[in-house]
Structure formats: structure tokens, C-alpha cells
Design a protein around this ligand. Structure first.
Ligand code: CAA
Ligand code: FAD
Length: 381
């Protein structure tokens, strides 16, 4: 085991940090207040930096880097703006990656290449009004009609919905099959007849990342848009989420790191009782716990990312990483608000936004309860 980043990983961290601090951070507060997604800044520029396809081979428009580099990129973006972090994570892990893993060569050329190059933004539609944690309860249907599939149903809470051009969607192709059986994956493009957008969510956090409802009303798709084998969509979803959880865990680490650094800087400056509050052991102990928890969680994230890059099984690792990192983000951001006292509760400092942003990491891509279920069932098996 080598607990040291490679030269390439360090270069990526420096590059993304500089970009995040100079270009993303200055508008993070305003975008949050206005609930505004700034695509040229939050996505197109990531493409110019080579981040939108960072883990894919160069032949598919990627940068050929490893999963730790990807984790670092999401972490550094999320350190200043969690909405930008999830934009990259949902695009790469949830849309481009299943096409890379399960797509035919033709699908990779047609869909993956422009996604990896950052020319198209991707999204992933699994959740439905009555199928959230129970993803096997998918009700959207895709029925075969000659050379086409006809989709009907609704997907909710879709990150980048409306703005994305390419969607990986899950629908039931066998109405008789029970639970997770009989579900298939599809690639659908914005503009397809019968595919429209519904409600846009108003949220507690990650307010600069759009979350939208997708509606399919007799949406006709060519047979060639089936992704992977018919009836094996649930496994496509689960394998996709294994990777996605590394992205969200990295987002959580970034949020926690941003809040922690703000708390340290503040503790050095703020005086009470004629003393910088950072000199009080009560504050130092809080900072020590925050730092230790972030580092422990980060190691779990990098371990899962390392295993993903080496082609080892990492389902349990990514569930542990996501569970630990998201709960750490919630603890650390709450504590950061405490260290800043009343100012921490105001919008003058970014920690209140970070605390609001942290909460979603315990919910999406499987709630903390679902991560415990994934880890627990692997232990019993
Ligand atoms: N890889 C491959 N196969 C897997 C797998 C994995 N990681 N996990 C399960 N499977 C397989 C099982 O082996 C089983 O296969 P067989 O039928 O051959 O035996 C099959 O899938 C069913 O497995 P389970 O019995 O475990 O399935 P379940 O119905 O009990 O559900 C679950 C399992 C883990 C709870 C799953 O439903 C789940 O992950 N739910 C959470 C949904 C979720 O995370 N949604 C995220 C939406 S995306 C998002 O939120 C986006 C964002 O953040 C930006
Ligand atoms: P429910 O499943 O109804 O859960 C409610 C509560 O019950 C939770 O606390 C849960 O942990 C608990 N619970 C459920 N089952 C169990 C159990 N077996 N044991 C113990 N406790 C249990 N989905 C997508 O497909 N694509 C996206 O891009 C996407 N982006 C999102 C962005 C945002 C901002 C949000 C809020 C959600 C997004 N989602 C997306 C959906 C997200 O993945 C779901 O919200 C999440 O999986 C939980 O599902 P649910 O909301 O239906 O909650």
C-alpha cells in the first residue's frame, strides 16, 4: 500500500483546485441563491479541462486517467461548489459510464464520444414516484413494437434533467416478470418525440444543480437504443451505481473539506475573551475531530476508487465510502457552522450552504440506510 498520490494525480488536483477557486467559487453563492445552473461554467469548461471523460480511454474522447484522479476532480469542485461536483459525477458516472461498460461499439461512438468530450451533457433516470430505494419497483414500461420500443412512464428527481442531451433510462420490458427482473436500460436523447420535462424541484441544497421530472408518453425509440441485454437493466443500474457512489462520496469529501478549511481560518482570526477562539482547546478538539474524520473517509473513497481502476470488485467498498463520506460531510459541516457561531448561520460565510449541500449526499445514489443494507447483505452472504 502506498499512501501517496502519483505525480499525475497531484497535477490533476492542482489544476482543478486552481480552476475551482478562480472560476467556480466566485459565483457559487449567487448561483445557489438564484437556483441557477450555469452550463458554460459548470459543464462546458469541465470539458475543456478534459474532466468530462477523465476515466475513459482516449479512443472514446477520454483522458485515460484512473478513478482516484476522477475522485480528486469531483472533490476539488465540490470543495467550493457541490452543485458543480454533482454535475460532473452524474454526467460521468451515471450516463457516460454505463454506455462505456454496456454499450455496443456503435453506441460508444455515437453517444460516449460526445459525452466524454463534454459536447453533450448526460443524465440518469432510475427513480420514479413509487420506486426510490426500491429501484426494482420500476413501473415505466418499454414495449416492443416491430423495430421500436414504446416508452410510457415518469422519472423523478433527475439531476441535470432538462439541460442534459443524453439520458440513460430504465424501464420494464417484461410486464410479467417480478421485481428487478424484466427491467432494461435505454439511451434516449432530448428531443425524442414523446419525451418531455415536468416539474423542476425547489431544494434545500445543491440549488445550482437542476433536478427535473422526465415524462414519457408513447415515446418511440429505435431498437438500437437498448443498452445492454434485454431484461438485464437492473444489473446495469446496480453496476452503474457502484461507480456513482464513488463520485458522490468524493462530492461529500469536498464539501467537508471546504467547510473544515473555512472553520480553521475563522478560528485563527476570530477573537473572544481577547484570545483567538482557535486557541481554546474546546475549538481545537472540534477541528481535530473534523480533520481526522475527513481523512479517514477520504482513504475509504480512494480505496474504492483504486479497486475500481484495478478491475477488482468494489461494490461494498463504494457503499462504505459513500456511507462514511456522506455522514462525515453532515457532521463536519454542522460543526463548522458551530465554530463560526452566529456568522456561520448567516449567508456571509459559505458554511451554511455547505451544511445544506451536505444533506443530499446521505440521500441520493442510495440513502445511508440503503448503503448499510448493501454492506450488511454482503457480510451475510
Ligand atoms: N452489481 C451487480 N449485480 C448486482 C449488484 C451489483 N452491485 N447489486 C445487486 N445485484 C444483483 C443481485 O446479484 C441480484 O441478481 P440475481 O437476480 O441474479 O440474484 C439482483 O441484482 C437483485 O439484487 P437484490 O436482491 O439485492 O435487489 P433488491 O431489489 O433487494 O435491491 C438495492 C437492492 C441495493 C436496495 C437496490 O434497489 C438499490 O441500490 N436501491 C437504491 C437505489 C439508488 O441508489 N438510486 C439512485 C438513483 S441515481 C441518483 O440518485 C443520482 C444522483 O445522485 C446524482
Ligand atoms: P424512499 O425510498 O421513499 O425512502 C424514504 C426513507 O425510507 C429513507 O430514509 C430510506 O432510507 C428509508 N428506507 C427505504 N427502504 C428502506 C429499507 N429497506 N430499510 C431501511 N430504510 C429504508 N434519481 C435518479 O434516478 N437519477 C438522478 O439523477 C437523481 N438525482 C437526484 C437528485 C436529488 C437532488 C434528489 C433529492 C434525488 C435524486 N435522485 C435521482 C433520487 C434519489 O436517488 C432517491 O431520492 C433516493 O434513492 C431515495 O429514494 P426516495 O426519495 O424515493 O426515498
Amino acid at each position: 500500500m502506498i499512501f501517496q498520490l502519483t505525480e499525475e494525480q497531484n497535477l490533476i488536483r492542482n489544476m482543478v483546485r486552481e480552476f475551482a477557486e478562480t472560476e467556480i467559487a466566485p459565483t457559487a453563492k449567487k448561483r445557489d441563491e438564484e437556483e441557477r445552473f450555469d452550463r458554460p461554467l459548470m459543464f462546458d469548461k469541465l470539458g475543456e479541462l478534459g474532466l468530462t471523460g477523465i476515466v475513459f480511454p482516449e479512443e472514446y474522447g477520454g483522458a485515460g486517467a484512473d478513478y482516484i484522479s476522477y475522485a480528486i476532480a469531483v472533490e476539488e469542485l465540490s470543495r467550493v461548489c457541490a452543485s458543480t461536483g454533482v454535475t460532473l459525477s452524474a454526467h460521468l458516472s451515471l450516463c457516460a459510464n454505463p454506455i462505456y461498460l454496456f454499450g455496443s461499439e456503435e453506441q460508444k461512438q455515437k453517444y460516449l464520444v460526445p459525452l466524454a468530450a463534454g459536447e453533450k451533457l448526460g443524465a440518469f433516470g432510475l427513480t420514479e414516484p413509487s420506486a426510490g430505494s426500491d429501484a426494482g419497483g420500476t413501473k415505466t414500461t418499454a414495449l416492443r413494437d416491430g423495430d421500436e420500443w414504446i416508452l410510457n412512464g415518469t422519472k423523478i428527481f433527475i439531476t441535470s434533467g432538462g439541460d442534459a442531451e443524453t439520458y440513460v433510462i430504465f424501464a420494464r420490458t417484461d410486464k410479467e416478470a417480478k421485481k428487478h427482473n424484466g427491467i432494461s436500460a435505454f439511451i434516449i436523447e432530448k428531443g425524442a418525440a414523446g419525451f418531455s420535462f415536468g416539474k423542476k424541484e425547489e431544494k434545500l441544497g445543491i440549488r445550482s444543480s437542476p433536478t427535473m421530472e422526465l415524462v414519457f408518453e408513447n415515446c418511440r425509440l429505435p431498437a438500437a437504443n437498448l443498452l445492454g441485454k434485454e431484461g438485464e437493466g437492473f444489473k446495469v443500474a446496480m453496476k452503474t451505481l457502484d461507480g456513482g457512489r464513488i463520485g458522490i462520496a468524493s462530492q461529500a469529501i469536498g464539501i467537508a473539506q471546504g467547510a473544515f478549511e473555512t472553520a480553521v481560518d475563522y478560528a485563527k482570526e476570530r477573537k473572544q475573551f481577547d484570545t483567538p477562539i482557535g486557541k481554546f482547546q474546546g475549538i481545537q478538539f472540534q477541528l481535530a475531530d473534523m480533520f481526522t474524520q475527513i481523512e479517514a473517509a477520504r482513504l475509504l473513497v480512494y480505496k474504492a476508487a483504486y479497486r475500481a481502476s484495478k478491475g477488482l470488485n468494489y461494490s461494498t467498498d463504494s457503499a462504505m465510502a459513500k456511507l462514511m463520506a456522506s455522514e462525515t460531510a453532515m457532521k463536519v459541516t454542522t460543526q463548522a457552522v458551530q465554530v463560526l457561531g452566529g456568522y456561520g448561520y448567516t449567508r456571509e460565510f459559505p458554511v451554511e450552504r455547505m451544511m445544506r449541500d451536505a444533506k443530499i449526499t446521505e440521500i441520493y445514489e442510495g440513502t445511508s440506510e440503503i448503503q448499510r443494507l448493501v454492506i450488511g447483505s454482503a457480510l451475510i452472504k
